[in-house]
Design a protein around this ligand. Structure first.
Ligand code: ADP
Ligand code: ASP
Ligand code: MG
Length: 411
């Protein structure tokens, strides 16, 4: 019997009617003769609501306790779905991350899966049950409950698919697949039929929420194909898999925006060897990931260093930089949470040097100022003002005619 792993996001299990709809889809997969493992997210905005409650008590909740709190969201969804499926006459059993054998390291709030021991899941499948697993959580090597970072249910699903030998993992969400831009910002965005792991990694890293970055890394590492599709319809979605010649050879795959980053600028830093390391090592040691970095050499041997960090880590990063700025003899530092990033992603960029200039002129024509730029071989990211982000996404989507069938790139 082939095994199907299905993951349902928050909107897809938001209320009892949606849970019934998931129940029906699961029953269909079972009747089609598959063994079915379902991974669920917390209902609707539960994770946001629980986080907000903890933050009303303190700005920096104890990470161990916060993880215990947040994992409750997925437990509610998993047990309700198991109750629904049992009531429909099919045996089903739900498991927390810990019960499902998802072992992680000890970093609360951003734990990484280090091992999967799917023994109990295998047993339940062998006795004919549908298995439901709470997403986004595991148990650490120190026996504490951990969470995998926002959007982490995607990673739970991919990791289980890999451990159970499933060929593909279905990611059911509230849009019909991966589009050339967030369809909530650009209604005419086009659904992509297939996207390579490489491009999806860059899109996820640039902030396309539709898949967690770690899930894409895990899928690529284990060769699991992903099928991102709507839980509201039966239409085919987007396949994420190894690139091959059948895949659309677009120069640009999509425009991605992210409003979750903030900017820190350290001003008047003595411009000598070792300064960048002195600034960024302590930030990294605190587990804060830095994205775009720009250094301007200003006059008199003093430089300004700007970089972005996730907004959620801004106050933490500011405490670190406050200390470091003193140590390296910087004049001052500022923080700015009014920025956003807009990125172009596409494997064809490697061989089309004009793309960058086209991007910058499209933004200029829309009257949008670029504050910072960073690039990889298949991505260009610009930091801009947050209030300009929708206009920027629309301008770039139009400039590169992404609604139309992709231009085939030359070989
Ligand atoms: P889920 O709760 O199902 O995990 P998420 O909110 O995490 O759903 O991710 C789905 C959302 O990702 C969509 O509602 C959409 O607004 C957003 N999104 C951003 N960029 C894209 C894109 N390029 N294609 C599709 N969805 C995107
Ligand atoms: N519920 C978690 C979140 O909102 C995990 C997920 O949905 O994937 O981030
Ligand atoms: Mg998600």
């Amino acid at each position: 019997m082939s095994i199907v792993v299905q993951k349902y996001g928050g909107t897809s299990v938001a209320d009892i009617a949606r849970i019934r709809a998931v129940c029906e889809r699961v029953i269909r997969a079972r009747k089609d003769g598959h063994e079915v493992v379902v991974v669920v997210s917390a209902m609707g905005d539960t994770t946001d609501d629980l986080t907000a409650m903890a933050h009303r008590l303190t700005p920096m909740p104890n990470p161990r306790e916060l993880d215990l709190l947040l994992t409750a969201g997925e437990r509610i969804a998993m047990s309700l779905l198991a109750i629904a499926i049992n009531a429909a006459g099919l045996p089903a059993a739900s498991y927390t991350g810990s019960q499902a054998g998802i072992i992680t390291d000890t970093r609360h709030g951003r734990a990484r899966i280090t091992d999967i021991r799917p023994g109990r899941i295998r047993e339940a499948l062998d006795r004919g049950a549908v298995v439901i697993v709470a997403g986004f959580q595991g148990v650490s090597t120190a026996a504490d409950v951990t969470t995998l970072g926002r959007g982490g249910s995607d990673t739970t699903a991919v990791a289980l698919a890999a451990a159970l030998g499933a060929e593909a993992c279905e990611i059911y969400t509230d849009v019909a697949g991966v589009f050339t831009a967030d369809p909530r910002v650009v209604p005419e965005a086009r659904k992509l039929h297939a996207v390579s792991y490489e491009e999806m990694l860059e899109m996820a890293a640039a902030g396309a929420r539709v898949l967690q970055l770690r899930a894409v890394e895990y899928a690529r590492g284990s060769g699991v194909m992903l099928h991102v599709r709507s839980s509201f319809s039966d239409e085919a979605g987007t396949w994420i898999r190894e690139a091959d010649e059948r895949m659309e050879q677009a120069i640009i795959s999509g425009v991605v925006h992210d409003t979750g980053e903030a900017k820190i600028t350290v001003q008047g830093v003595p411009d000598r060897p070792g300064i960048a390391a002195a600034i960024f090592r302590p930030v990294a040691d605190e587990g804060i990931s830095v994205d775009t970095i720009v250094q301007n050499v200003s006059k008199d041997g003093l430089a300004d260093v700007s970089f972005t960090v996730p907004k959620a880590d801004l106050s933490h990063a500011a405490t670190v930089i406050d200390r470091v700025a003193g140590e390296v003899g910087a004049e001052r530092f500022t923080t700015d949470d009014g920025v956003a990033t807009v990125s172009l992603v596409g494997a064809g960029m490697k061989s089309h040097p004009g793309v960058q200039a086209d991007m910058f002129s499209a933004l200029a024509e829309a009257g949008i100022n670029i504050e910072m730029i960073s690039t990889s071989s298949i991505r260009i990211t610009c930091v801009i003002r947050a209030e300009d982000v929708e206009a920027a996404v629309k301008a770039l989507h139009a400039r590169f005619a992404l609604s139309e069938q992709a231009v085939v790139r030359e070989h």
